[in-house]
Design a protein around this ligand. Structure first.
Ligand code: SF4
Ligand code: SF4
Ligand code: SF4
Ligand code: FES
Length: 882
């Protein structure tokens, strides 16, 4: 594309056609004052501060909405322009209250900055304050619209970036202000409290709700959100030892740009919890005794070695965390394998359905399921399965909503409607755990209609004919009946998807279900049929926790070494053995559930838990307690006193993500490094430093002493992490795009179709009347160990709830807010109901994370994929009015 050349302030400036004068000036380092311009939003031209003058015509333009044209001669700072700008700012200030000294925006108010730069101390116009009520009932956002300058950034962020539509202009002229529908308080609107509008607001009209006046933070540091697998980049403001404010870092090369969700924006106050662990603690007959770090480490090392000597390596197990960093997970699993000779090492990633993903690595070979979320918009259709990203991974949800809003066809397969449904062309309300039948019906319809990518199938796959002949034997209407979906809706979906490269977005409704691995296989088959791998389309896995992918890459799994290379890969195993100078057993160790089962049987003698809380994450609390009581030694390293530390013999205080340096790998395969923002409390230490000290005691020849040395070793073992060692910034785990570059070109790669087509079975009759669906809300992460300690989150939603349909509420004689008991053979919970008019009959939605995560009591503690595994996405239960 030919560039445009124009002159700005005497400089020749080139830019691409379509650029505004303001953008062209910015690219040349020329600053034009602006209040309503935002690089991620469509220009709006509201404030007129960005006026510039064109010399030939003498006209004044708002530079943010005026396209640059060849040959223009522009000045940005003439006396005439300055005069106009001063008048505009004076008019704004005449409307503005005189409360700058106590405004929470402090010295970062853009209006104040611009006024100062223009030499305006006071308005000198007749003051006409536009007084509006001060709204601060909700714990997240304070609205003081008296300070609003009508820049519309909040409205545009809300509509264009997070696609919620909670606010828009209300009234006209002087009275006009951003407002919710019917001007209700935010808490009674569709607002999700993502706070992205607060970060964009140039004045103190929108600000975070804090207990005390915060003002301008003393320091600002870049960090990464430690909640979900999206891995948003944060700008954290701190004062003293506390974090006082969080905003999106706003960098263009981040996953979140100028957005966040409610957890990342506001739930950081869990760090100030009174239950933070400050010192190493030893259980004694008289209760907890505070001990020194040297005593704690000495005891941990000697006890573990003693138990290994007496009972052998398999009597020990190590449970790491996908909330801990790559460096910490690497050291943790290395310690288990090198010093204790055991593969009994796992992490919380197990609970997110890693078992479902493991089988795919054999089938896909080098093809990765990690792709940039930005590539979703390059597909020509989106199919979301078993996920409500608007709740579980909101920033990933923004990508899907933006793509759908721009016209990309969206289909969702989910038992209940989600935050995406209003944008979807088809919502296929599948019977829980029958996605296999729904996908087989779609595959059959696409294949029989010839709506498939023959060229891709010929060049990049094997086994299609065999697969197709099996599809032909299936009866379409029977498949639809199993899935409980109208055949016409499936046919309509197929017509919509015909010839399209599809982005498949997969959530925990699939990964945690009984048929998870087979459903993933069926999704890959559909991706192969539609040519949806490579640079357009593909499979996007919504990892639940911040470093789920990284902890797996680092080998925090009983059957994988760092890489992740399967233990059975002899060549890789030998390579790592040479590097670590040890022997590694090729036999898989115990996963998280098997660790508990073996402890229950008395076979496991010692367990070291780092950053996990199985007594809150897992069902079967009493069983786990009994199992842990049988251990000779339980070490728990965590940031809080919690249900699991209560059972420990030794507790070691770790540091939270904002209190240490490290790196996470997000669901896209983006490796992101971060530095500490504040100090850990008391004597708490970063987990990698604890492990480094312990490994020295266990016989490591010297300390790593720095993250740089750990990263260097990681890069030798896992070459895809080389960037971590070279620049300390991060990089990307390579995806498959390069393997399918161009139109089916690039390196030859052949992926087999499934040899069998699984379709599951029609749901059996059950004496339990209702189907319970488990899921996330945007307010809690996982089991709520951290978000349950956020004052803001618990103030806003102190209790859990159960959603039922209007029909079921009526037949049970229930009103909104009445209580029900949900009971099955595993346990029972009592919840207040919310009536959801979109909920299918016979279904109860029960979210995780509330009330000590009590939803889990309805699930049987069993191994994922084992013979008695019924899935963690849903169960059957009876419901009664209490
Ligand atoms: S509330 Fe803030 S962002 Fe919204 S229009 Fe007013 S000044 Fe702009
Ligand atoms: S907090 Fe988020 S959802 Fe609510 S109005 Fe602002 S941008 Fe919209
Ligand atoms: S919880 Fe997830 S989506 Fe929300 S800010 Fe954190 S990383 Fe982003
Ligand atoms: S920045 Fe151009 S009109 Fe506001």
């Amino acid at each position: 594309m030919e560039e445009i050349i124009l002159k700005i302030d005497g400089m020749n400036v080139s830019c691409l056609p379509g650029s505004s004068i303001l953008e062209a000036a910015k690219s040349a380092g020329i600053t034009i004052p602006s209040l309503c311009f935002h690089p991620d939003l469509k220009p709006f031209g509201a404030c007129r501060l960005c006026l510039v003058e064109e010399i030939s015509s003498g006209r004044l333009f708002a530079s943010c909405v005026t396209p640059a044209a060849p040959g223009m001669v522009i000045v940005t700072n003439s006396d005439r322009i300055q005069r106009h700008r001063r008048n505009i700012v004076r008019l704004m200030m005449a409307e503005h209250p005189e409360s700058c000294l106590v405004c929470s925006k402090g010295n970062r108010c853009e209006l104040r900055e611009i006024a100062a730069a223009l030499g305006i101390g006071e308005s000198r116009l007749y003051p006409m304050p536009n007084v509006k009520s001060f709204e601060q009932v909700n714990p997240f956002i304070v609205r003081d619209l008296t300070k609003c300058i009508l820049c519309s950034k909040c409205i545009r962020v809300d509509h264009e970036l997070v696609v919620v539509g909670a606010v828009d202009y209300n009234l006209r002229g002087f009275k006009s202000r951003p407002a919710t529908l019917h001007d209700l308080p935010l808490e009674n609107s569709s607002c999700t409290f993502c706070g992205s509008c607060v970060s964009a607001c140039p004045t103190g009209a929108l600000s975070p709700n804090t207990d005390t006046f915060v003002g301008t933070p003393e320091r600002e540091s870049i960090s990464i959100c430690g909640f979900c697998g999206v891995g948003c980049s944060l700008l954290m403001g701190s004062a003293g030892d506390s974090i006082v404010e969080v905003n999106p870092s706003g960098k263009s090369d981040t996953v979140n740009g100028s957005t966040l969700c409610v957890k990342g924006h506001f739930a950081y106050d869990f760090l100030q919890s009174q239950e933070r662990l400050n010192y190493p603690l030893l259980r004694t007959d008289n209760g907890w005794e505070r001990i020194s770090w040297s005593a704690a480490l000495e005891l941990a090392g000697s006890k573990l070695l003693e138990i290994k000597k007496e009972y052998g390596p398999t009597s020990l197990a190590f449970l790491g965390s996908s909330k801990c960093t790559n460096e910490e997970n690497y050291l943790f699993q290395k310690m288990a394998r090198l010093f204790f000779g055991t593969n009994n090492v796992d992490s919380g990633g197990y609970l997110s359905g890693r078992f479902a993903l493991q089988g795919l690595s054999d089938r896909l070979g080098r093809v990765s399921l990690r792709k940039p979320l930005s590539s979703i918009s390059k597909a020509s259709a989106i199919l979301v399965l078993g996920a409500d990203p608007t709740q579980s991974a909101p920033v990933a949800g923004y990508y899907i909503k933006r793509a759908a809003k721009s016209g990309l066809p969206l289909v969702e397969i989910n038992p209940r409607k989600t935050g995406l449904s209003s944008l979807a062309t088809f919502h296929l309300g599948v019977v829980p755990s029958t996605d296999l039948a729904a996908l087989a019906a779609i595959a059959k319809c696409l294949a029989e209609q010839g709506w498939i990518d023959h060229a891709f199938i010929d060049q990049c796959t094997t086994g299609f004919q065999d697969f197709y002949s099996k599809l032909k034997t299936l009866e379409f209407n029977h498949l639809c009946a199993i899935a409980g979906i109208d055949p016409e809706a499936i046919k309509g979906t197929c017509k919509l998807l015909a010839g399209k490269r599809i982005a498949f977005v997969v959530g925990s409704g699939i990964l945690r279900q009984k048929h998870g691995p087979h459903v993933l296989d069926a999704i890959v088959d559909l991706a192969l049929m539609s040519g949806s791998l490579g640079d357009r389309g593909g499979v996007y896995i919504l990892a639940r926790e911040c470093n789920e992918m990284g902890s797996w890459d680092m080998g925090s799994a009983p059957d994988f070494l760092p890489g992740p290379y399967p233990l059975s890969d002899e060549e890789k195993r030998k390579q790592i053995e040479r590097l670590w100078k040890t022997k590694i057993s090729p036999d898989p160790g115990l996963n998280m559930i098997r660790i508990i089962e073996e402890a229950e049987k008395g076979h496991l003698k010692a367990l070291y838990i780092m950053g996990e809380n199985p007594l809150r994450n897992l069902p079967g609390e009493d069983r786990i307690k009994r199992a842990f009581k049988k251990l000779e030694f339980l070490i728990v390293q965590d940031i809080f006193q919690n249900e699991t530390t209560e059972m420990a013999d030794l507790v070691m205080p770790g540091a939270a993500v904002t209190e240490k340096a490290g790196s996470f790998t997000n669901l896209e395969g983006r490796i992101q490094c971060f530095e500490p923002v504040v100090k850990p409390p008391g004597e708490a230490m970063p987990d990698w430093e604890i492990l480094d000290s312990l490994m020295l005691l266990l016989g490591q020849s010297q300390r790593y002493g720095s993250l740089a040395r750990i990263r260097k070793e990681i890069a030798r073992v896992v070459p895809e992490y080389f960037a971590l060692a070279t620049d300390g910034i991060g990089g990307w785990v390579k995806g498959e795009t390069a393997l399918f570059s161009g139109e089916h070109g690039g390196e030859e790669i052949r992926i087999p179709f499934s040899r069998r087509i699984e379709i599951g079975q029609q749901a059996k009759e059950s004496s339990l009347s209702m189907r319970v669906i488990f899921g996330s809300t945007r307010f809690h992460m996982g089991s709520g160990t951290r978000t349950g300690r956020s004052r803001r989150i618990t103030r806003f939603c102190p209790d859990g709830f159960a959603e039922i349909s209007a029909h079921d509420a009526e037949s049970l004689g229930l009103q909104e807010g009445d209580k029900i008991r949900i009971k099955n053979q595993n346990g029972s919970v009592v919840k207040k109901i919310k009536v959801n008019r979109d909920q299918p009959e016979g279904m109860v939605f029960l979210p995780w994370g509330f009330d000590n995560n009590d939803a889990r009591v309805l699930i049987h503690l069993s191994q994922f994929g084992g013979p008695d595994f019924e899935g963690w996405n849903s169960c059957r239960a009876n419901v009664q009015k209490v």
